[in-house]
Design a protein around this ligand. Structure first.
Ligand SMILES: C[S@@+](CC[C@H](N)C(=O)[O-])C[C@H]1O[C@@H](n2cnc3c(N)ncnc32)[C@H](O)[C@@H]1O
Length: 269
C-alpha cells in the first residue's frame, strides 16, 4: 500500500528535529528503540503517516512512509547501490515502460531491481542476474520489505558473462564491472529496437563498452552521459548550493539494438 492507514510490513521513516532519519519496517508486536526512547509498532500500525509520534522519553519524530529513494539509501547493502539521481536517469535513458521485459545484472543490493519493478508494473517482467548468492539473498529481502512479494521478478543465480538464457527482451540494464563481455549475448537476447544501458564508474570501462557495442555492428545511437544533481539550501537569507553533493558516480551508456551491419557500415554510430 502506498496510501491509506499504515500497514504491517510497510517501511516508514522517523525524522527527528535535527533531520536525522531512522528507517523502520512495521511489525506487529515489535518495539523500536529510538535514541533511548521506546516506540511500539502496534501504536503506529493502522494510523496515518505525516504526523508526529512520541517515544517513551518524550522525544517527537515526524513519521512518513519511506519513498523508494529514501528506502534504498537506508536499506541494508551488500554491494554498492545505484544512487537515486542515477536510478531516475536510467528509467528514462533506457525508456523502461509498463509491460516491458527487462533484464538486469547484477542484482547487488536490489536498488535498481525495485526501481525497474515499479516501472514495468504488473504486466512487465524483470529478470535479475547475480553471481554472488549472498547478495541475491540480501536483495530479495530488501525487495520484499519494500514491494512485498512480486510475481514480476525472476531472480537468476547466473553469470551474465557466460550467457543470457532469456530471449525477446525489451531492455537490458547492466551494472557489472565488464559490460562489454555481455555484448555478444545481448545481441542474441535483445529484440530489434530494444535498448541496452550500461552503468560503469570509470572512463576506461565506458570507452571499452562503447567500442565493443560499435564493433558488434548490432547497436546504433550509442550515447554516454553522466548525471550531476546539486541540492540547494533555501532558508531565510541562506540561499545557496548545499556544501556537499554526490558528485561522480558513473557513466551511463545507452544503445539501440538494430539489424546487424557489416564492413564499412560499422563505422556509423
Ligand atoms: C554494483 S553491484 C550492483 C548494484 C545494484 N545495481 C543496486 O542498485 O543495488 C554489482 C553486482 O554485480 C554482480 N556481478 C558482477 N559480475 C557479474 C556477472 N558476471 N554476472 C552477474 N552478476 C555479476 C556483483 O556480484 C554485484 O552484486
Amino acid at each position: 500500500m502506498r496510501s491509506g492507514p499504515l500497514q504491517e510490513g510497510e517501511p516508514v521513516l522517523l525524522i527527528d528535529r535535527k533531520d536525522r532519519r531512522y528507517l523502520l519496517v512495521l511489525r506487529a508486536g515489535a518495539v523500536a528503540d529510538l535514541r533511548g526512547g521506546k516506540l511500539l509498532h502496534d501504536d503506529l500500525i493502522s494510523t496515518s503517516e505525516g504526523r508526529p509520534v512520541r517515544t517513551t522519553r518524550g522525544e517527537t519524530f515526524l513519521m512518513v512512509r519511506a519513498t523508494l529513494a529514501e528506502f534504498v539509501l537506508e536499506m541494508p547493502r551488500g554491494a554498492q547501490i545505484i544512487y537515486p539521481k542515477d536510478l531516475s536517469a536510467i528509467l528514462l535513458g533506457a525508456d523502461i515502460y509498463p509491460g516491458a521485459a527487462v533484464l538486469e545484472a547484477g542484482t547487488g543490493s536490489g536498488a535498481l531491481t525495485m526501481t525497474l519493478l515499479r516501472a514495468v508494473g504488473p504486466q512487465g517482467r524483470v529478470f535479475s542476474y547475480e553471481v554472488r548468492e549472498a547478495f541475491g539473498r540480501l536483495a530479495a529481502q530488501n525487495i520484499s520489505r519494500y514491494l512485498g512479494s512480486s510475481d514480476q521478478l525472476v531472480m537468476r543465480a547466473q553469470d551474465i558473462y557466460e550467457s543470457i538464457p532469456d530471449h525477446d527482451l525489451d531492455r537490458i540494464v547492466l551494472d557489472v564491472p565488464e559490460p562489454w563481455r555481455v555484448v555478444p549475448h545481448a545481441v542474441q537476447a535483445l529484440r530489434l529496437g530494444g535498448i541496452l544501458l550500461s552503468y560503469v564508474p570509470t572512463v576506461p570501462q565506458a570507452v571499452r563498452t562503447v567500442e565493443l557495442l560499435r564493433q558488434s555492428g548490432a547497436f546504433a545511437m550509442i550515447e554516454t552521459f553522466e548525471t550531476l544533481v546539486r541540492p540547494w539550501n533555501i532558508e531565510g537569507a541562506s540561499v545557496r548550493p548545499a556544501h556537499r553533493m554526490v558528485a561522480h558516480t558513473a557513466f551511463i551508456t545507452t544503445a539501440r539494438r538494430v539489424e546487424q551491419r557489416t564492413g564499412e557500415q560499422r563505422t556509423v554510430n
